[in-house]
Design a protein around this ligand. Structure first.
Ligand SMILES: O=P(O)(O)O[C@H]1O[C@H](CO)[C@@H](O)[C@H]1O
Ligand SMILES: [Mn+2]
Ligand SMILES: [Mn+2]
Length: 402
């Protein structure tokens, strides 16, 4: 029986979203701008990478042509010298919100049709009564932060005061998130998760998508570093997904990395966490060996977004793309005859764009499998769910609560 693999390269957008202006992102193009920076020698890093963006395996699957479909041009270095061996297309997000859950849920067949709650980008972002309730119920002496921020910058600024005072650092972004940073040893990881659980309950009425635990270690501003113990407390998708469909059909499901958290652990089967793209790829290869016939593997590669996109690190982002590309042949070599691989993304995070937030973009949809068919410009990410449902031959989605 046929198997399906969905690989989400977190934030690897290709520009050209028709509604980008509504998000302040008209012209944002994650892959396009990285490729341009590489081509003009502006993304060289000693001992890491240099020159044009080299993604021969993704290009062979049709990445350059997917970019052409989204924006009308092939980014420098991504032109193919032969017709792509994969099906390729681009997809437009219909969900309201350029965040990770919205993107993943739409890929999985469940677009977000309601408006998320957001915290304003003001001097104090959080409602005072929310913070009062959090302090009272989670037994914390107060909070630091209370603003929009980059997660790495705010722990450098407030980390030492956090250790002295015992007050966790709470911050948000253009996404529907309430993030809590705390020192793993000084504050304690279990305690941080507990504070997040209280926060999760309190922000439910505000329609906030995720509470995110952001543990870090280190002794001072110069060496604070976030750890792999990040944990997302998400609300479940509002309707059925391909994970629910596969679970209902009793299929083997393996979810790699953040997928379990993103889907609030519903239908997520065997959850295999890993820290860093290299380890995530290792687990994906393990999954290619372990996934039963008729099964679904769903993986998220977070580093593109978290380590490079939000950090506006163009050279780092380019190097991460090239590292992923180098490993792709190992996955393709492990596939069985009927397997389908879909490589896509959940939103953009253009590292050349102002600010540190995601960018509204189209995403690539690259397929590799038995009969690759050109996909064209897909009007919704949910077209990917339809491909998967058809390929592994499970019943169309049904309400998991019915
Ligand atoms: O700056 P950091 O902490 O990485 O935060 C980023 O991570 C959040 C979740 O993906 C986004 O909303 C963005 O704010
Ligand atoms: Mn994401
Ligand atoms: Mn992100």
């Amino acid at each position: 029986m046929a198997r399906a693999f969905v690989l989400v390269l977190d934030s690897v957008g290709i520009g050209g979203a028709p509604d980008a202006a509504r998000y302040g992102d008209a012209g944002a193009d994650t892959i396009g701008h990285i490729a341009e920076a590489c081509a003009r020698g502006a993304a060289d890093r000693d001992g890491v990478r240099a020159g044009s963006l080299m993604l021969p395996n993704l290009v062979r699957l049709g990445l350059g042509e997917a970019c052409r479909l989204a924006t009308g041009r092939v980014p420098p270095g991504l032109a193919a010298d032969a017709p792509p061996i994969g099906g390729f297309g681009c997809a437009t997000e219909t969900s309201r919100g350029k965040d990770t859950p919205s993107g993943h849920w739409e890929i999985a067949g469940c677009p977000v049709t309601f408006d998320w709650g957001y915290f304003p980008n003001t001097v104090q972002s959080f409602p005072p009564d929310l913070i009062a309730a959090l302090c009272g119920e989670a037994h914390i002496p107060g909070i630091l932060g209370d603003r929009h921020a980059s997660g790495t910058e705010i722990i450098a600024t407030l980390g030492e005061e956090h250790i002295r005072s015992g007050k966790p650092i709470c911050y948000t972004s253009a996404d529907s998130v309430f993030q809590i940073a705390a020192h793993e040893e000084a504050f304690g990881l279990a305690r941080l998760y507990e504070v997040c659980r209280v926060a999760r309950r309190l922000v439910d009425t505000l329609t906030i998508g995720r509470v995110i635990a952001r543990p870090f270690t280190g002794t001072s501003a110069s060496d604070f570093v976030r750890t792999g113990n990040r944990k997302d407390f998400a609300v479940p998708p509002p309707g059925p997904t391909i994970l629910d469909a596969a679970a209902a059909a009793d299929r083997d499901v393996i979810t790699i990395g953040k997928i379990g958290d993103i889907f609030a652990h519903r239908g997520t089967g065997r959850e295999w966490p890993a820290t860093g793209n290299a380890a995530l790829f290792d687990r994906t290869l393990d999954g290619a060996d372990a996934l039963a016939d008729g099964g679904l593997l769903f993986a998220n590669f977070i580093d593109f977004d978290s380590l490079y996109g939000h950090r506006r690190d163009v050279a780092g982002y380019a190097a991460a793309l090239e590292a992923f590309d180098r490993r792709l042949p190992a996955l393709l070599a492990r596939l069985r005859t009927d397997d389908l691989v879909v490589i896509t993304a959940d939103h953009g995070c253009d590292p050349t764009w102002p600010g540190t937030d995601h960018t509204r973009e189209q995403v690539p949809v690259l397929t590799y499998g038995p009969a690759p068919a050109p996909l064209g410009a897909l009007p919704t990410y949910a077209a990917i769910a339809a491909l998967v449902i058809k390929h592994i031959d499970v019943c169309p989605l049904t309400d998991p609560h019915a």
